[in-house]
Design a protein around this ligand. Sequence first.
Ligand code: ADP
Length: 368
Amino acid sequence: MSETIVEKASGASAALHGLHRIFRKPIIRVPAMALVMLAIFVFDTLTDLEIATAVFYIAVVLLAIGRFAGRYVIALAAACVVLTLISFFISKTGSREAGLVNLAISVSTIAITTYLGLKMVAAEGAAHAARAQLIRVARVTSLGELAASIAHEVNQPLAAIATSGDTALRWLSATPPNVDRARSALVRVVEDASRASTVLARVRDHARGDPPALRLIRVDDVIEEAVELSGGELQRHAIAVQLALADALPTVLGDRVQLQQVVCNLILNAIEAMAQVPPSRRSLTIAAMVDVNGDVEISASDTGIGIRDDHLARLFDSFFTTKEGGTGIGLTISRTIVEAHGGVMWVDRMKPHGARFHVRLPAHAAAA
Ligand code: ADP
């Protein structure tokens, strides 16, 4: 007896396997499914109402899941339900009550199988995407990521050095040479160079695992310095910055250079977002205030090209960039820095255009 069951089971499994192979070929898939549905329908209609043949429709649904888009699977399941109902109404033989119970069982089985199957496929898709992302991140972690982050962090002061150096040369080659202006451009070169070297020292500390240099910091100082450091780029793009810094901001406990990097990155991104709009429409406001919980909130609002709906959730993902030659790690690094300071970072869109980035940091002590 048990041997017969085993034989039957292996026969059924071989049949299902064969069916799977047939269904893999797209040209055969649709007519074959239609044929199976028709067979189930004929059998369901011709047999007694007590026999719940319609539950076999779930085989069709299961074979469709993962091979067709979700909406087609739902349409197919709906067609199976309709066929089950037609069979019930035109079947002549068997008890009506038993038929009604079987109808309810078949319809709910089809519906539940469709729902769970589609959910499973969606979960598999999400797991697959997460795995792909993990592999990508793992591949570039350590050396690659470190190199990219050094390149990114040092790029800003280097660009500023090049701009100021250029300016100094122009003032010196003017007739007569304007030594005062050349000198102040060279002062900026020295400042930027020392900033680049501080960044490199910090990255070295990072690699060694040294903790960040936490000090009590005035947020308005950080913002003003970041604006000053980005002065060359702002001027080059004819962007005037409005500062809206609240009086008596509380101090925060943080790493000055890292927080400066965050603000510089926001400014740089704003400049790039506004490079594509006419100069008369370019405006950047950097604000700092105390929020209802007493925390410090910094925001950078621009009137640039703004953020597309489908990009909004991906902006802070590593390597997400819409720029030619972009690294897509500026916002990732910024958010890591802000979170390491116990803060949060987010973005929302400005009306009618532009973006506003927010950084909230826990206040250390209320300002005097
Ligand atoms: P990158 O600047 O190298 O692309 P980021 O991580 O700094 O890397 O930025 C990621 C993406 O976020 C950008 O490519 C851009 O699409 C978007 N983005 C950042 N800031 C802004 C902004 N102010 N306005 C519009 N889009 C922005």
